[in-house]
Design a protein around this ligand. Structure first.
Ligand code: PHB
Length: 547
């Protein structure tokens, strides 16, 4: 078939960077690992950087959260995290054990939801990680529905054990499980409707799984409870959890059917047409800007993948991406050829393998790792120190900081607390609270003068906070410390809730207030929007753990 070469090569680069330790590489290393010409790698990288999927740091390139868009579209479309996430949370609380949900992916098992219990000894797979079917609890359940082709693929993969690490980078290599042993587990799963993992991945790690069927009657995913031999044997774990797992599996099947029906009818649960701007083809403008360095067909292929939030016809994809039907079709067929998309009649749908593209690494990034590169960029642009803080009682607490290299700079570290009323970050954070809470916090804080300029009158402070809410930023001029000015903007999560504040601090000697504001506000606002976009990508369907 006529595959779209640049798309194929772009995905090859992303796959190499998705392997353990690959999330940050030099272009020369990428050329070596992919076997592509250096000039090709440079064009692929330039294109992916322009799209925001990669970012350049020094001489290296790094996976960036916007690359989660295709995976987020798959997850939204399959309905599993939305339908099963809340039940999985409840079960994890009830059992006080980790609970995971995995979907069948070829002869592997791909994690789509993880509710982890923090334990000293815990092996937590990440969303997007792939396990071999014969080495985990959900595997036999999925294998019970394999057809002859799938069995043959499994046998072929096992015939070359040296390629195991390449197929399953998340799993420690151990001697292969006997085929007869797996057959026995598959027969048991088919007969009894559950399966176990008795330390097949890692000594001590055990799991029990049950299937959850989709509306078609086929197994859509499996829910596992994961424990450790220090707490349970497989028998005691099964006894403790199976009755409840089975009960909840029916509830999960109903929830999944409901979510998928909503998606199909375009109702309240309909996915948002992730990422792709309806009607516009952004690759066209980028091509004009970047010229030959920009691989239009790679950009278009990724736009198509981001638009596949569930089962979509070719016409729907063409319409939502603004691409010509022939272009969209070629991208879809290339994606199908590479195993990311499946197609039946006129309908295309994304496969769990989409999560292979950086999802496991990016979904496990912490707050500081997400915000840090953006703050470093802000410091480079403004030559001032940047900080992020959250509201903690009447105080703000610093959660990230990038100092500017200056002889005289403000000496604050992560963890520092300052009174919210006297700081620009505090004021935008207070402005993010509901009206009723704002006044109470301001009065409760007992504002006192810190410098001769500190505003302490609760009524006046309430007005200032109101102003910050209206303007979307707060400016504090020498109220916290003589000579110190600071400008802050809010950072919101996907639901529009203010979760943190971002600021730059500067010296009063820098110049007139108006000039300082004019110079600092645009880069500050822009940085906050980039951080918000990354947070949205990383937290889709999950709660962000703020530091
Ligand atoms: C996990 O969620 O970490 C997990 C699930 C099933 C297994 C092993 C681990 O068999």
């Amino acid at each position: 078939m006529d595959v779209v070469g640049p798309l194929e090569r772009g995905l090859a680069v992303l796959r190499v960077m998705s392997a353990p330790g690959g999330h940050r590489m030099r272009p020369s290393e990428l050329a070596r690992a992919t076997g592509l010409a250096r000039s090709t790698v440079d064009r692929v990288v330039a294109t992916l950087v322009h799209l925001g999927h990669l970012r350049e740091i020094d001489r290296e390139v790094e996976l960036a959260p916007p690359l989660m868009e295709p995976g987020n579209a798959y997850l939204a479309g399959c309905g599993i995290p939305d339908a099963l996430g809340p039940v999985a949370e409840r079960l994890a609380d009830e059992f006080d054990e980790s609970v995971s949900v995995a979907a069948p992916d070829g002869d592997g098992v791909r994690f789509v939801t993880q509710i982890t219990r923090r334990r000293t000894m815990s092996l937590a797979f990440r969303i997007g990680d792939l396990l071999p079917a014969e080495r985990c609890a959900p595997g036999p359940i999925f294998a019970a529905e394999w057809d002859e082709a799938a069995r043959a693929a499994w046998r072929a993969r096992r015939a070359s054990p040296e390629r195991f690490p390449e197929h399953f980078p998340a799993v420690p290599a151990r001697p292969a499980v006997e085929a007869e042993e797996f057959d026995r587990r598959v027969a048991h799963a088919a007969a009894d409707g559950w399966a176990a993992d008795d330390q097949l991945i890692e000594p001590g790690l055990i799991a029990v799984a049950v299937p959850v069927r989709g509306p078609s009657g086929h197994t859509a995913c499996a829910v596992s409870v994961v424990s450790h031999t220090s707490r349970h044997t497989v028998a005691s774990l099964a006894e403790a959890t199976l009755p409840r797992l089975r009960e909840e599996a029916s509830a999960m099947e109903a929830a999944l059917a409901r979510v998928l029906a909503e998606r199909a009818s375009g109702g309240p649960g309909a996915a948002a047409g992730a990422g792709a701007g309806a009607g516009a083809d952004p690759a066209r403008t980028a091509k004009r800007e970047l010229g030959p360095e920009f691989l239009q067909s790679l950009a278009r292929g990724l736009t198509v993948l981001c638009a596949l939030d569930g089962t979509r016809s070719l016409s729907e994809v063409a319409e939502s991406t603004g691409l010509a039907r022939a272009t969209a079709r070629r991208a879809l067929l290339t994606l199908e050829h590479l195993g990311y998309v499946e197609h039946a009649g006129r309908d295309f749908r994304p496969l769990p393998r989409v999560l292979e593209l950086g999802y496991a690494h990016l979904s496990s990034l912490g707050f500081a790792e997400i915000v840090q590169p953006h703050m470093a960029d802000l410091v480079r642009r403004t030559h001032e120190s940047a900080s992020m803080a959250v509201l903690d009682g009447d105080d703000i607490r610093y959660v990230a900081r990038v100092p500017a290299y200056k002889i005289m700079s403000v000496d604050i570290t992560v963890g520092t607390r300052l009174p919210a009323y006297a700081t620009s970050m505090g004021r935008v954070l207070l402005a993010g609270l509901p009206h009723t809470q704002r006044a109470a916090r301001l009065a409760g804080a007992g504002p006192r003068p810190i410098t001769g300029r500190t505003v302490t009158d609760p009524v006046e402070l309430a007005k200032i906070v109101e102003g910050a809410a209206e303007q979307g930023h707060a400016f504090v001029d020498e109220e916290l410390e003589e000579g110190l000015r600071s400008l802050a903007v809010p950072v919101r999560d996907g639901a529009g809730q203010v979760v943190a504040a971002l600021n730059v601090a500067t010296h009063a000697a820098r110049g007139p207030v108006e000039e300082t504001l004019a110079a600092l506000l645009p880069p500050l606002t822009e940085t906050a929007s980039r951080i918000e976009a990354d947070l949205r990508a990383v937290t889709r369907g999950r709660r962000l753990r703020l530091p």
